[in-house]
Write a protein that binds this ligand. Sequence first.
Ligand SMILES: [Zn+2]
Length: 124
Amino acid sequence: MRFFKKGDILIYGIIIFIFCVIGNMIIKTPTVKGKNVEIFENSKMKYRYKLTKERQEIILKSILGDEKIIIENYTVKKVDASCPKKICIKHSEIDTVGESIICVPNKQIIKISGESQELDGFIQ
Ligand SMILES: [Zn+2]
């Protein structure tokens, strides 16, 4: 005697899938979409930009040289890096408060923050 028919397995599969999705949603909440991107160097904030829908290409002056980030659709992505291995540009775009792109050689952290501030651009 078999306990599971093909159709049953499919139904169980769907149920498990739904539980996984719900579980994932519970674990991930609260996800807060970021308002700003902050760029830290040596744990000091160096730049802050607003996340905008419009595309912005920004050049960062980092320890090892110039780097480029692109802000678009309220996300930010690093597209050009001055570090030797360029691991940081392989990171996918970030848009949620608390997410970050870390570049170890440049002692740099690109971080999404939530609070809305009027400050833009160069801070130091
Ligand atoms: Zn890097």
